[in-house]
Design a protein around this ligand. Structure first.
Ligand code: HEM
Ligand code: HEM
Length: 175
């Protein structure tokens, strides 16, 4: 049976974003505990913001590409329930790929500092407001937890199919 694979563009974006998102989660947890006012903290914050905004642009490109080149149908050996679960997880992962950088960007806009994108200051529409900064930082944390849960479910789903020797599921998203 011939395997219906994702397009090369979708595969490249999937793996580049997967590595970047996992690295960003680790970086976010690490940098949040660094001492306030330290050079290391501001270096990591600035890198985190630039990579995060790059991820937002990649998510937009990915969604646009998905509309041009829709994902291949899952093989019929995958039960309808699992197909529905995979679809729901993928849709929620897409949602979080937007919510995560947007909450981070809004919280930064109320920090009193200009948000820079790889050194270039972005239009500063926010103002210093500790309450709003705190609120969106909390939303950023909660959405990171939701994202981690979804990634675990997603990897669990792929692992389940690999365990059942349905390796074509993995090959659909491999080079
Ligand atoms: C941050 C991490 C990840 C995110 C956000 C993510 C997101 C996604 C999304 C949204 C899809 C649906 C395809 C699309 O429409 O673009 C997908 C498919 C897929 N992902 Fe991931 N992924 C991540 C990590 C991983 C990892 C670590 C693996 C390896 C175990 C993996 C294996 C796959 C496979 C095999 C598919 C194809 C499923 C199918 O046949 O429909 N992903 N991923
Ligand atoms: C997909 C992209 C992103 C991921 C996966 C991500 C993930 C995280 C995580 C896991 C944390 C640690 C939360 C905690 O335990 O306190 C964090 C903190 C943070 N993120 Fe992000 N982030 C992303 C994008 C962004 C963007 C675009 C910005 C701003 C432009 C941003 C700004 C921040 C800031 C300022 C903190 C520190 C909050 C604090 O403790 O004061 N993030 N991020």
């Amino acid at each position: 049976m011939e395997i219906q694979r994702y397009s090369s563009t979708a595969i490249i974006i999937h793996w580049v974003m997967a590595i970047m998102i996992i690295a960003m989660i680790c970086m976010g947890i690490y940098m949040a505990d660094l001492p306030k006012g330290s050079d290391e903290r501001s270096w990591f914050f600035s890198l985190h913001k630039s990579i995060g905004l790059t991820l937002a642009l990649l998510a937009i490109s990915r969604l646009a590409w998905r509309m041009i080149s829709p994902p291949p149908m899952l093989p019929s050996i995958v039960s309808i329930t699992h197909q529905k679960m995979a679809k729901a997880t993928h849709h929620l992962l897409y949602l979080m790929m937007f919510i995560q950088p947007v909450t981070g960007y809004i919280s930064s806009s109320f920090s009193g500092y200009k948000t820079k994108f790889w050194g270039v200051p972005l239009p500063h529409w926010g103002w210093k407001n500790p309450e709003l900064n705190e609120l969106f930082t909390e939303m950023h944390e909660i959405s990171a937890i939701c994202l981690v849960i979804l990634i675990v479910l997603h990897i669990g789903g792929v692992a389940y199919h690999l365990h059942r020797k349905e390796t074509e599921i993995f090959k659909r998203m491999w080079f």
